[in-house]
Design a protein around this ligand. Structure first.
Ligand SMILES: [Fe+2]
Length: 199
């Protein structure tokens, strides 16, 4: 007897590692530090004990390179999902600098198709994992008696962040970042992307 599992409504995290990260990351780290020193208060959002920039990197020419990469990655994902040809992609991006002891509360992003983060600098695994919570709300009523979690039974999934890797996921997928227990800042660029009709 063959039993065939067929996943329905999957939740996906897409990731890509940039080959030139060793060149790209020091430039982005320097820009991040400069932005923080120009605006030490930053913006209060999901970041606990950390610094967050305003959502304006998409308007700053010094971030053109990473802005383009965010759009290219999301465009490729959109193509793989059969998004309409006459749609284009719009985004907002911001910096997060999470010193030792900082974390990001669990949250999701409304009004966007994709959200994501690109990690510029961190010390893994002590910098804390990015974690995702099962979006199938009704499934939380009953825990499965699994010895070891599988993609179907897991209630939460942790991924170790990696320098130079971009993570993209649906904006509705709840996520957070654990406390940074390393002795080094965890630095990343977060973003929201919306597919909109070409004008
Ligand atoms: Fe987020």
């Amino acid at each position: 007897m063959e039993i065939i599992p067929q996943p329905l409504f999957p939740s996906v995290v897409w990731t890509t590692l940039f080959d030139d990260r060793a060149i790209l990351n020091p430039k982005l780290l320097a820009l991040a530090k400069r932005m923080r020193s120009n605006d030490p208060a930053g913006v209060a959002n999901t970041n606990v004990k950390g610094w967050q920039s305003p959502n304006n990197l998409q308007d700053l020419p010094e971030f053109d390179d990473i802005n383009l990469r965010i759009l290219q990655v999301c465009e490729r994902i959109g193509e793989s999902l059969n998004f309409k040809q006459n749609y284009t992609y719009d985004h907002q991006a911001w910096l997060n600098i999470s010193p030792p002891g900082a974390s990001n509360k669990i949250h999701f992003h409304a009004n966007c198709h994709f959200s994501g983060v690109y990690y510029i600098s961190l010390k893994a695994p002590e910098c804390g994992s990015i974690f995702f919570r099962d979006p199938r709300v009704a499934s939380r009523m009953m825990t499965y008696p699994a010895e070891k979690p599988t993609a179907f039974t897991a209630e939460e999934v942790q991924l170790h962040p990696e320098e130079g890797r971009m993570y993209v996921f649906p904006g509705w997928l709840e996520h957070g970042v654990e406390e940074n227990t390393s002795d080094q800042d965890r630095v990343g660029i977060s973003f929201n992307v919306l597919a909109i009709p070409r004008s």
